[in-house]
Design a protein around this ligand. Structure first.
Ligand code: NDP
Length: 281
């Protein structure tokens, strides 16, 4: 925070960030808390994050979010990192600790589990969960999911080796295994199916089998907006309870905002506001 003006400088680094909802979300949090915040989305290419952070720190930057494709680069540049960042090998939040020092955090798991727990149709404790995808987002949410005490988490990914490695890294937190997406037909009857693939951005679906869902099985999609349409439709046709990832997006942002400012925003109110707005889905 600028000691003279009280201004809090925050930012988002990644590419592309032009259409990001984050500036709108953080502006809403700032209004809730009566805080004077500038949150800027800065187009940043791979290999240039160190320079961008140095400029931001010199301008008084307090903290920033990191998005694709820089979540790994952020871990490498950070002086210290949380256990969740270590396990995920990805950071979505940096906190400026003075000079050239940044602390890395990952708030995706808190955002995802918080949103799941806000909907009584989802049960995590004792549940059998399958997560489709093993990219940065899947890695970011896995520790928080396992800490919610499910019976087991199975990760299915198009590239089997990535799912296996991700599961191995988290083996101390609970019962978790990784396999290829081709094995989907061999395992099934899950209480919760989490889609952490980016297939929806191309208008598609990850290969899905009806048998993946147990009786009353429900679906949580990390995607939101247009990218969420294919899976939402697929679930609607089968009367499967479905929720998109807009609440997670706001929840992870709220946790970052709390880390930077100490103020705990009402993320449900901001999610409702976004859903009511244009393109809110
Ligand atoms: P990554 O690029 O790191 O990973 C993409 C994942 O999707 C990989 O596991 C990849 O498999 C898989 N995949 C891509 N296309 C297909 C396909 N056609 N069929 C099956 N699997 C496929 O992306 P992220 O992990 O960062 O993001 C994943 C999704 O989550 C994105 O759509 C993103 O928008 C969303 N997201 C939402 C957030 C929220 O707050 N709601 C936060 C972060 C992300 P493979 O490894 O084989 O390539």
């Amino acid at each position: 925070m600028d000691p003279g003006t009280g201004l809090i400088r925050l930012a988002l680094f990644g590419s592309p960030v032009r259409h990001s909802l984050s500036p709108r979300i953080h502006a809403a949090f700032a209004r809730q808390g009566g805080l004077d915040v500038v949150y800027e989305a800065v187009e940043t290419l791979p290999g240039t994050l160190a320079e961008a952070l140095a400029r931001f720190a010199a301008a008084g930057g307090l903290g920033c979010n990191i998005t694709l494709p820089l979540k790994r680069e952020a871990v490498q540049l950070a002086a210290t990192c949380s256990e969740r960042v270590r396990l995920a090998e990805a950071a979505n939040t940096l906190v400026h600790e003075g000079d050239e020092r940044w602390r890395a955090e990952n708030t995706d798991g808190t955002g995802c589990v918080g949103d799941l727990q806000a909907d009584p149709r989802f049960r995590l404790a004792g549940a059998r969960i399958v997560m489709l995808g093993a990219g940065g987002a899947a890695a970011g949410v896995l520790a928080a999911l396992l800490e919610a005490s499910p019976l087991e988490v199975v990760i299915l990914n198009r590239t089997a080796g990535k799912a296996e490695r991700l599961a191995r890294r988290h083996g101390d937190l609970g019962r978790v295994s990784g396999r290829g997406l081709d094995d989907a037909a061999e395992c099934g009857g899950f209480d919760l199916v989490i889609n952490a693939t980016s297939a929806g951005h191309g208008g598609g679906l990850p290969a899905l089998d009806d048998g993946l869902f147990g009786t009353d099985g429900a679906c949580y999609d990390l995607n939101y907006g247009v990218a969420a349409h294919p899976l939402r439709q697929w679930c609607l046709e089968r009367r499967i309870h479905y929720r998109d990832g807009l609440g997670m997006l706001v929840g992870q942002a709220a946790e970052s905002f709390r880390i930077w400012t100490g103020f705990e925003p009402d993320s449900q109110a901001v999610t409702r506001e976004l859903r009511a707005g244009p393109g809110g889905g």
